[in-house]
Each structure stands twice: as C-alpha cells, then as structure tokens.
Design a protein around this ligand. Structure first.
Ligand code: ADA
Length: 569
C-alpha cells in the first residue's frame, strides 16, 4: 500500500494478511462461477502471486481469495487494489461489484452499504492467457504472467455523500515555488465554493482559501510554498506533505517540488540538463513472482544505486506504489509505462484499444504525485511503424497529457528507422541489441556493432524534426549465466556480458547526443514457457547484471565507472 494519500477522515482497513484460498483448475467461465462454489481449502497471503508458490507453480486456471472485514454497518465502502493479474472479479457478501482485465493497473470498486458488520470479500482471479478475456497480456511476452493479488488490498469506509478523494499537485514555477493543486471529490457535490484549510508538513498553516468545485467534482488552486522548500532531486529527494481539510473530509498528499522538461536535445531537471543512468527492472522474484516484499524493493534500489544508477525504467507495466514511494524517498528517477510488449493487436481490436487507454489513464492518475516519475510511456516495442497503430499512439500520448501536462511522454521503440510516432513523444526512447541479436553468426565478440548502431541513431536523430528531442537508449544488453566463466569468454559468459556493457556504456556516456541509458536489465527474470524458451536458458531472461536472486555478475563491476563519472550533458 502506498504511504499516500492518507484519507484521514475515512476508516481504512488494510487487508494485507493471510486469506482463504481456493484453486479450481481450468474453470471454463470464471465470470459465472459463484464465490460460494469454491472450495476454500487452502490459505494464501495478500499480496501474493499464487503461482510463485511451489504448489501452484506453472498452473493456469481460476483461483479465489477470501477474507472477512469488520466494518461499520450501513456504511458504503471503496476497495482499492494496487495491482492484480491477470483477470479478476470481486464479490462482497456473494454479490458481484466489479471485474477487471487490467494486469498491474491500480483498481477501485465501490461497495454498497449493508446492515452487516462482518462483510465477506471474495476476489476470483484467473491467470490463463486468454486474448478474449485479457488482451493486454499475451503468451509471447518475454516475462512470466503471474496470477494473484500482486499488491495491497485496502477497504476504506466512505462518509455519506461527496468525499475528498485525491489532490494532485503540479510544480508550475520552481523559482517562486508555485504549485497548482487539483482537488478531486468522489462523488461530485453540487457545484459551488468549497472552503479549504491547508497545512504544509503538518506544521506550516497556509492561507485558508475557497475553491470553485465544478460539476465533475474538481477544483483547482495555486499555492506558493515557503522559502525553506527546496526542489526534489536524486541528490536531494526532499518531500513534503499537504494536509487538506474540507467539509467533505480531509486527506494528506505527499509531493516534491520538481520540474522536468525535454528541450534542446536534453532532459532538464529543475532547470538544469541531466543524464539518466540506470536499468530496466521487472517487478519479480523467483520466490515471490510479482508479489514482492518491501525489503526486496528496497534492496533492488540499493543495488542499482550501488553502481551509480540515478534512474530506473519500470518495465513493462504500472509499478508497485510502494516502489514509487521508495524511489521518491531514496532518490531514483522513474520511467513508468503501461503494460505492453510488442503488441500487434492495435486497431484490429477495439477492446484492446479501450483497455490500453483505461490502464494508461489509471496509471497516470495513481502515480501523479510521485516526484521520482519523470516520464510516462506505453506500448513497449509496439508496431510504431504501422499506420494502423498510429491512432493508438496519438491517443495514448493525449491521455497522458490530459491527465498530466507536467511530465515527458515517451514510448520505447524497437523500430527506430521506420518509426512514425516520434512527434507524439517528448523523449525518444530506443531499444537496441547490436552484438547480441546479430547476423554475425560466427563471431564470438561482435562488439564493434554497438558503436556502428549508435552512430546510425545519431545520424537519424540529427534530422531537423528530431534534433531537439533527447534520445534515451531505453534497452541495450547481453545475456550471461550467473557463474558461467569460460576461456572463450563468448556469448552467455559473464565476461562477454561485462565487455558488452562496458562498450555500450562507454559509447553512450561519451556521446552527449544520448541523454542516458536504461540497461536491459537489472536482474534475471522468469519468462514465458514452451519451445520459445530455446532462446532463454532456464526459461529465464538472463540479461540481468544481477541474477534473479540478486547475486552480482561481473557486469556490475564495469557499470559504476560510467554511471558515476562527471561527464555532464
Ligand atoms: C525487448 C523487450 C524486453 C526483453 C528484451 C530481450 O527489448 O522490450 O522486455 O524481451 O527485448 O531480452 O530481448
């Protein structure tokens, strides 16, 4: 559960604990299977990926999680789920209150009031890869599709009538320390003026004000923060809280004073050009699947920072809000993207398009106050050279800008020379694997391909329409099996990977046309199953600088010299 917002006028029940659990292999239509028809003969913690447990490893089918919540009778509620997979349907007291096919996305469901004090909550989860049910996750994705309630489940008791739901905080002027705040009430009250009492960091009373609330339940106001408030940055991850009190309840949001821009071919943080040095990271572990404990999230950031990383790309889906909290607190800039992986079903499938828009909007709304997030993306390695997909690229970039005009928009392209969507991106992100996916089949060290490929990008992005956009190498890397050393130092050895990473980092570091790199990848991760794994020893993607248990490979020794050097943009 994210530390913020704290909706202090609501009673909050955090449901991270041991739940009853039922497994029913291959229920044909989980939409219709009633909660009381499951045999709850097992237990499962929340958060968890149930198929990370040996007993359910590799299983595909329908499960059900059940718990009971003691609430105030005759009080409506709102359920918040921070991340699930792959398809869920939610029942309270045997009555369906909603379903979703939005893996990893934040979800909420309204719960009707009841005279009962003890409420039964059942969440049916299906982890089968069924395009009709879950078009956002396909069997060929190069990461394992876990099933479960990956992240926290929270039940909040709602007051009668309108209630303060969120306050989004955007830095509008760093020098004068101005922020614009957007108050969101749910449900919307009658239009009108709403008096607000505001406190910064629980100690600075700010001037009272009245905000005009529109028919959608939204209102905006501007604040000038006290002189002691300094900007958030990786070096100084300064965070502040804004406590908002109103007639419709109160809440506390956390934020950072921070601006981010893409201009003059660079990324500018708080008005100064910066470079991004880091990794792409999957939110997974062999023991926990996609349901990681907090300690692992902390260790992952510490390991990335131990080699000088200031940046992490949350590949390839909405991130755990606890991870985003940690990036805010520990000083890591984040590229957050909605779920996608070489998708081809764009315009062909209206439901795919609708779910892409829905998950992207939800991701931005949930993540809006994390200063660590500097850009939002989508459709990793999608068909960005296809005219058919063009409307979706435009639409997704518009959704991000509608929700958040303050951050850079990007998407990771694997079709750089044919891409037709660079105009929708502020930051150009390119995935490339020279000297790994290579045609030079008999060469054990085709490393010179790396500088050639980067030189071709530099030429491509010197074109007038592109030359002012910063270019991030958002994926580059090679595989190595942990512990594999061999006199040939060829593919899959730790030495080749270290030589590769050194060459890639050196070339990118030395050429300021590139604003940085997100190496692929932080640690090895379980991937798809079946015959495709011929290219994935152990059925893992082995391009991590650490292995899946976070044990360091030789590559970790070469990264630091580039990530920590002073070469300015
Ligand atoms: C792509 C993809 C990554 C991973 C990588 C690889 O760039 O975006 O998720 O699959 O290739 O290891 O080949």
């Amino acid at each position: 559960m994210s530390a913020y917002p704290i909706r202090s006028s609501r009673q909050c029940h955090l449901l991270d604990r041991l739940w009853d659990f039922a497994w029913s292999e291959k229920v044909l239509a989980p939409e219709t299977k009633k909660p009381n028809s499951f045999n709850f003969n097992d237990r499962m913690p929340v958060p968890s990926a149930f198929d990370a447990f040996p007993k359910y490893a590799g299983k595909r089918g329908t499960a059900a999680y059940r718990t009971y919540v003691e609430v105030t009778p005759n009080t409506p509620g709102r359920l918040y789920l921070d991340g699930t997979g792959l398809w869920i349907k939610v029942y309270v007291d045997g009555i369906a209150i909603g379903e979703a096919a939005l893996p990893y996305a934040p979800l909420e469901f309204d719960v009707p009031a009841s005279s009962r004090k003890k409420r039964e909550l059942v969440i049916v989860v299906d982890n089968r890869l069924d395009f009709d049910r879950t078009p956002l996750f396909e069997p060929y994705f190069d990461f394992y599709a876990y099933g479960g309630l990956y992240r926290s489940v929270i039940w909040e008791e709602l007051p009668d009538g309108p209630s303060l739901e969120r306050t989004q905080i955007f830095t509008t002027n760093l020098k004068s320390r101005k922020v614009r705040c957007r108050v969101l009430l749910n449900p919307a009250p009658k239009k009108g003026k709403l008096p607000l009492t505001l406190t910064l960091d629980e100690k600075h009373a700010l001037p009272e004000l009245e905000v005009a609330i529109n028919a959608a339940g939204e209102g905006e106001f501007e604040l000038t923060l006290p002189a002691n408030v300094r900007p958030w940055s990786p070096e100084n991850p300064e965070l502040h809280t804004l406590h908002i009190k109103s007639a419709y309840g109160e809440l506390i949001e956390r934020f950072g004073l921070r601006t981010i821009e893409a201009k003059k071919s660079k990324v500018w943080l708080n008005g100064a050009p910066i470079r991004l040095w880091g990794y792409c990271r999957h939110d997974a572990h062999p023991q926990f699947g996609a349901g990681l404990p907090l300690a692992t999230l902390v260790q992952d950031i510490q390991l990335m920072q131990s080699v000088g990383s200031n940046f992490v790309r949350g590949a390839h889906y909405p991130q755990d809000p606890r991870f985003l909290d940690l990036c805010d607190e520990m000083g890591m800039m984040v590229f957050e993207e909605s779920l996608g992986w070489q998708n081809a079903h764009h315009a062909k499938n209206a439901r795919f398009t609708e779910l892409q828009v829905e998950q992207t909007r939800r991701m931005v709304r949930r993540s809006i106050n994390h200063p660590s997030i500097i850009c939002f993306g989508f459709l990793n390695e999608g068909v960005s050279d296809s005219k058919e997909a063009r409307p979706l690229y435009k639409r997704l970039s518009e959704v991000i800008r509608e929700e958040d005009p303050s951050r850079m928009v990007t998407y990771a392209s694997a079709r750089p020379f044919a891409d037709i969507n660079y105009d929708v991106a502020d930051l150009i992100s390119i995935n490339t694997y020279p000297a790994w996916y290579t045609e030079d089949f008999n060469n054990s060290h085709p490393l010179p391909e790396i500088s050639k490929k980067l030189a071709a990008f530099k030429k491509l992005f010197s074109k007038p329409a592109l030359k002012n956009k910063p270019v991030l190498i958002s994926e580059i890397g090679a595989g190595a099996l942990y512990g594999w050393k061999d006199p040939h130092n060829g593919f899959w050895t730790e030495q080749y990977q270290a030589d590769y990473i050194e060459e890639a980092c050196r070339r990118i570091h030395d050429d300021t046309r590139f604003c940085g790199v997100a190496l692929w990848q932080f640690c090895d991760g379980r991937t798809y199953v079946g015959s495709r794994t011929i290219a994935r020893p152990r059925a893992f993607n082995n391009k991590g600088s650490w292995d899946e248990y976070r044990r360091p490979k030789q590559a970790t020794k070469v990264v630091k010299q580039f990530f920590t050097s002073s070469k300015k943009p």
